[in-house]
Design a protein around this ligand. Sequence first.
Ligand code: ADP
Length: 433
Amino acid sequence: MFRSKETTMQSSVSVMVYSLSGLDQLTEENVAAAMAVVEETGLSRILVTDSSGRVLYDTRETGGAVGDYVLYAEIVQALMGNDAFTCVYKNGAFRSRATSPVLYQNQIIGSVYAYEYDTEQAALISGLQDNLLRLSAVIAVVVLALSLILSRALTIKISELLTAIRKVREGAYSHRAEIHGRDEIAQIGEEFNSLTDRLQVTENARRRFVSDASHELKTPLAAIRLLTDSILQTDNIDPETTREFVMDIGQEAERLSRITEDLLRLTRLDSGVLEPPVVVDVLPVLEQVMRMMSLIAQEKGVDLTYDAAEGCTVLATKDEIHQVIYNLTDNAVKYSSAGGFVQVSLGAEGSQVVLTVVDNGAGIPEADLPRIFERFYRVDKARSRAAGGTGLGLSIVSDTVKKRGGTVTAANRPEGGAVFTVHWPKAEGGERA
Ligand code: ADP
């Protein structure tokens, strides 16, 4: 706007300067005569001064300054030979001033000063300003309303999530966060729900474990109580019976200590604290277990044999390998009948070390196969108890093997009997145990 004013005003001033350009010196009369032919320009005021700044011509009808010296900054500029232009927008009006020197043979003989007071274009600008202001107000209101709606929706979801977190913290593991939508909060809600699902599974397993464990511990304790009561309450009990009862008490106590030992072992496995692994050569460990088990097998009339390859090394600890081979062989002998056989073999298959324990006992009913690695799971409770089982042996095997990156599977042989197979990743080189 300022630039267009500058152009129009400067061209008006140029027209006037041009009409004065033929004069060798400016007087009131010749200026008035020259200005009379200049077209109506719509300017508010036009001043023509001589070279000293004295006004020779003024368009203002009342209070004209003809004869006075007017030294506006713009006029001073013009008398120094420069064109000048200023424009100010204030109080709803443009005030523009333009001046140019009047020259005669390169001599400054005066100046033309034009002043314009424009409210029309200013009104246009202020109308534009008002519209912008209204538009901004509308946008602000819409943004405010939208952010209120959005933040409300967000708050509802967050408070739903918070309620769910509180409920689950208080133990209501079945509570689920009901958050609809596909935004990040809904995703957090879904993640929270799946976390709670896992928590519930773990919590259920923990409860079952605690109740199974206390049940298992209660049974031998109750037997011990019963036996001691019988001894104490029976008058004139003969020494032979007392001896039998005390032997039974001893057996129950042994069972208790076996269960607690197994429980402690499982708790250690659960805690996730693992002894640093070393490269263990499985063969010597296997031979040690076989020496120990052969006596038990012999006693039971079970034929225990093994064949083993050399160079089967595993990253674990000696104790762990011992425990796995012992538990599997012990089960195989335990669940075989007199006259049966148990075969243990050790070998390497590619990058794996494979241990199989085969027997020709009763085998495991197909329906029970997927569950025998669960804690306290037993196919035949009475038989397991009678054989001195705790129901924890296979879970210890499974946890121990898994912790070192291996797998263990159970199956039945078509000819009858069970076969347990352990795969460990084979260890190459390193420190030997
Ligand atoms: P337990 O102390 O009762 O032997 P385990 O965890 O070692 O507990 O075994 C779980 C169950 O799996 C046993 O009670 C038994 O029913 C079954 N089982 C394990 N090994 C064999 C096997 N070699 N033959 C038949 N059944 C077996």
